[in-house]
Design a binder for this molecule. Structure first.
Ligand SMILES: *[C@@H]1O[C@H](CO)[C@@H](O)[C@H](O)[C@H]1NC(C)=O
Length: 288
């Protein structure tokens, strides 16, 4: 199994962190969703603008790849329009962004991660939505983002279309932490959301933990679908770290009991763990 751990957390926090926490409302959730859709919309429009059909061809992709990514970009623009329409004058405006994209391959690779985080965000927010009609709207976006991710991962990259038996829900602070790594500034008129960003976390393929947070007496919680577990960190190294198939997440926490890990004891992260497995291979044995 090819293993690469993608850490998407740089310069976290300053831009998005709110000073206090309050109960999250449906308006907050729509603004939070729109924050993510603006990010996705900018991501696709920026790099489709930068990389031409011949750039895609030079990277080894047939014409239909860029053509279909244009359709994904149009979907994201439609999600922005849908949520902006629902919010009216309370609509969050786009921020400015930076993405670790240097070529067509890193654009396509990051697209799978961006779509996956979108799925995890909508899934994690679902239980907090009060108005049932919004649950349907959010669900209809969630399943579409999951199909985007599956198509990029399987048809384009020839990896598997799914990770495990369940997708992974992430909470507001976890998603915000990932998103804020890509955001360099937002209009001051944007609404302040009751969410915070944790410090960045990177976990190397050898288990090395890199973060500004204190790793003494800390654990890494791996989150893969509905399965979670914690692993102790000793001298800056995670002990017994599993490598779940596909995309999963990990946070640094002071809590050993995985059931009790929450925003109150998360110290850093999430790190995005990416263990793609090749479509044509026989099924790998689950490692978590
Ligand atoms: C973890 O926390 C849960 C919820 O409080 C509790 O039921 C469970 O017994 C704890 N597990 C351990 C190993 O302490």
């Amino acid at each position: 199994m090819k293993t690469s751990l993608v850490a998407c957390a740089l310069g976290v926090g300053a831009v998005l962190a709110a000073p206090t926490k309050r109960a999250i409302t449906d308006t907050d959730i729509l603004q939070y969703a729109l924050t993510l859709e603006h990010l996705e919309n900018n991501f696709y429009s920026t790099y489709l603008g930068q990389f031409s059909q011949s750039d895609f061809a030079a990277a080894g992709f047939p014409d239909w790849v860029r053509n279909r990514i244009e359709q994904i970009a149009a979907h994201e623009a439609q999600h922005v329009a849908l949520l902006s329409g629902a919010l009216g004058s309370a609509a969050t405006q786009p921020c400015s962004y930076k993405f670790p994209v240097t070529d067509v391959m890193s654009f396509v690779g990051l697209a799978t991660v961006v779509e996956n985080v979108g799925v995890s965000a909508y899934l994690g927010a679902a239980a907090s939505i009060m108005d049932k009609e919004y649950v349907t709207v959010a669900g209809s976006i969630l399943t579409t983002e999951a199909r985007h991710q599956a198509w990029i991962n399987s048809a384009v990259l020839k990896d598997a279309a799914w990770s495990g038996p369940e997708d992974t829900a992430l909470d507001f602070d976890e998603v915000y932490s990932i998103a804020s790594a890509f955001i360099t500034g937002c209009p001051s008129s944007n609404p302040t959301l009751p969410v915070k960003a944790f410090p960045a976390l990177t976990i190397g393929s050898d288990g090395t933990v890199t973060t500004t947070a204190d790793t003494s007496n800390a654990y890494v919680q791996v989150i893969a679908g509905l399965t979670t577990d914690t692993f102790p960190v000793t001298n800056g190294m995670v002990q017994g770290m599993p490598q779940p198939q596909g995309i999963s997440y990990a946070v640094l926490t002071s809590q050993q009991n995985s059931t009790l890990v929450s925003d109150d004891n998360i110290l850093a992260g999430p790190a995005i763990l990416h263990n793609p497995f090749v479509s044509q291979d026989s099924n790998p044995a689950p490692s978590f």
